[in-house]
Design a protein around this ligand. Sequence first.
Ligand SMILES: [Zn+2]
Ligand SMILES: [Zn+2]
Length: 456
Amino acid sequence: MREVTFQSLTRRAEIGANCYVLDTGRARIALDSGMHPKERAFDALPDFPLCPDGSLDAVVVTHSHLDHVGSLPVLMRRNLRAPAYMSPVTAEFAEALLHNSVNVMSAQREQEGIKEYPLFTHRELDGLVRRWEGRQPGRIFELAETGVRAEFFDAGHLPGSVGVRLNVDGLIIFYTGDVHFEDQTILKKAEFPTDPVDVLVLECTRGAAERNPDYSREAESKRFAAMISRALERGGSVLIPVFALGKTQEILMLLHELKGRGLVPMDAPVHIGGLSTRMTQIVDRHTNDVRRHHAGFRILESLHGLVKSKKGERISSSHPGRIYALSSGMMTEKTVSNEFAYHFINRPENALCFVGYADPDSPAGQILASAPGALVPLDSVFPPVPLNCEVGQFDFSGHAPRHELIDYARRLNPRKILLVHGDGPALDWMAKALSLAVPECEVIIPLPGEKIVLAR
Ligand SMILES: [Zn+2]
Ligand SMILES: [Zn+2]
């Protein structure tokens, strides 16, 4: 067997621009091609110069979050021979999201003077999409003509998300991508393989925090419903910052269920913004052909009280008695949820519900760390706003809690585990826990750029 190596092209060991290169000795395969959510211009890309232009034979994309697919057009431009393999649903979301990225980058070029933007164009994207190859979970296929056989497995993280198992001349490698092992409102839990592998590449998003042992999704949903109902009753409105794809549809469906059970007032309108409508259309196109709950249910046609904003319309002010599910989830500057918050968080009758991960540096993170009444900076240009509304945080994460990642690694009993997609403390905790749980296994936190030999 030739030497097989794994190299991380991330610039730091963290959750950012995920991209890993597998070199089989005969072929080079990239796993994911993300864009860093906090960096700008070329700093937001993976360290592509580590991988010579034209040297890739294939790319595999696990799902359509931008930290996994955001730089794919740049990578494919540098590697004109390489097709990109992903699930058909991921391809639909990625195409829509990347076209949206072109618009966002073009606006940043104007407003912030970032001359490198946009890093790719609409027209270029239209050309590159022709080299995307849709593959369904449950079927083995060959990656280009590399001799490497691949199979996708439903990851339960996002519509269309997969983990990928690769067979390199008998060496079995499983890359989880982002994974959740529990049911969500729409998504069913991951259906991952349990037969042994040689190498496991494992995400570690939630490695730094133990989930409350009393946690149940049902109790969390009731607490969420109670906070919403309280705000509506006292004449306020509710803001739920959400990512347009995935979390928006999960929260809409959860609100629909809670209304049906009488836990949220049935007549409360639920507003969503423009990009969320586009993403929901794609989810609605796949109500029967993907593993999911509420099969056949079309959100845009059938959801209790749904109000879509018109094309180009920006929701900027709240009305009493209404619920607003607006992107972005971390209330990043210049997004709808951020601008909406200006005339929202200062009002004590309102309620702000966080339902996903918030980076401590993001406006959402700043709000969560602030005491009631404190002045919160939402934007670098405008003055800070007093935080007078009720704030709540709810665990509807699309990532597996850490004990389930450990259990899964123990079941596969690999020879090597590579820990990726986690901040420092998360990676460290996982490395310690795994060295106890799977003692014969070598646990590695890949350093950026370091070539790790998987087999020789
Ligand atoms: Zn993800
Ligand atoms: Zn991710």
